[in-house]
Write a new protein. Sequence first.
Length: 88
Amino acid sequence: MQTFMDDDAGYERWLAGHPDLFVVNAERTPRPSYLVLHRATCRTIGGTPARGARWTADYIKVCGSRVDLEAFAREVGGAARACGLCAP
Ligand SMILES: [Zn+2]
């Protein structure tokens, strides 16, 4: 499992190398109320971010296998909510 904060280049490299894995979008200090699980291929967490936005600044990306990310969410004290678009 790898966490990207203020490292968009590293995050984009990870996405390109792990299209079969998963990403949790979380606040910089992760809270159980906002943990969203995506497939690494989801267009809402990759590609060109909306104008002026960065992928790993306001939110961080925790990347890895689904099992690892579910364990991460439990450590934070909650459960990851599945993205409605990529339906992981
Ligand atoms: Zn998604």
